[in-house]
Write a protein that binds this ligand. Sequence first.
Ligand SMILES: *Cc1c(COP(=O)(O)O)cnc(C)c1O
Length: 429
Amino acid sequence: MGNFGHYLFRAQALDEKDNLSGFRKRFYIPENTIYVDGNSLGLLSMDAEQSLQRVLNEWKNMGIRGWLEADRPWFYFAEEIGEMAAPLVGASAGELIFTGTTTVNIHSLISTFYRPEGKRNKILADELNFPSDIYALKGQIKQRGLNPDEVLLLATSENGKTLEEDTIIEMMTDDVALVYLPSVLYASGQLLDMQRLTEAAHSRGIPIGFDCSHSTGVVPHHFGRWGVDFATFCSYKYLNGGPGCSAFLYVNQKHFGKEPLMAGWFGYVKEKQFDMSLHFDHAKSAGGWQISSPGILGSSTMEGSLKIINEAGIEAIRQKSLLLTSFLVELMHDLDLFSAHGFSIATPPQDERRGGHIALTHPTEALRICSALKNRNIIPDFRAPDTIRIAPVPLYNSFEEVYLVVKNLKEIMDNQEYLRFPRERKAIS
Ligand SMILES: *Cc1c(COP(=O)(O)O)cnc(C)c1O
């Protein structure tokens, strides 16, 4: 404990060298709080607040004319925001659309890309994925009159935390019709090698899609270069769009001719949508997979939010993110939190296998340690049974905050302060 100050100096030196430090003042940070939960719900920026205010005023002052006459016409909003986000994932013109919500987009994409034929009728996913994704896959399988117990293959994890690409690739057999995987695992923070998985699937003639909710905005992707067939991701984590903000949907241009089967009028060829024909002529772009009128109000934050992210640049964001997470792990090692207090880290140590958060595990007390941190106004989150997720976000967290998280964690453990908190979990933890 004696040389704690040394780490503070190092943190401050890292903050001084940090080219992104100026972005923090454009965010609303909850008062007296160290917020390290941006992988669950990102914070509001002033830029996002402004774009929301502008749209609210447009509705107030223009009524229906806003669809074509607003500053950013609402009718083209989903396409234009898709274009703004394209550099984050390496999408080309028309491949990315701002629409729906993650789970709805999964249904919509799977309904197009899952084409079971005879024995080739399996979907390959993994047992560590976010439950909603698996529910959607099972629902889609049942809709085809098939049995998920027979048709849904889940790659298993040896340690319950991470996956091996080799295991997944071995399961890409002749009877697999589709592969669907996460980019970053929501619990452990492992980043999968999407390029390698895509190449392996394609060499066996299998289409592959990804859920990038836990990576977009903090890890750069190159969907186009890698040849990813389709993807979706939410916008309220590292993209800071706000609770329940619209999601994004990506379709590789080689598939623009495929039919969106969860069809709706906003997927119609744009110039002819208001012809009101009963024959569905879908846009030959990711826009074809839109279903309903875009939720302009609740999603207008994304314009301001993307302005900041694009200004910072996704490569610079990723670099800082890796420095933040490796500093966190290094501090914990140096302060002996592992052997002395029973912590481990489920997140792979290698930069290229790590997303934006660190999954700290404790065999028995993770929930109560998390409660003790929150009681000290440090906000991570808990995922049952044993994981505390800490996400230092490059746009608004500092190295000094990482230092403070570890300092507080050490005090909580040294004093056994966590023993004062209940063992029961709230509805959201
Ligand atoms: C956050 C997240 C979701 C959330 O789904 P919604 O439909 O937006 O509520 C789904 N899947 C993954 C992998 C996520 O990380």
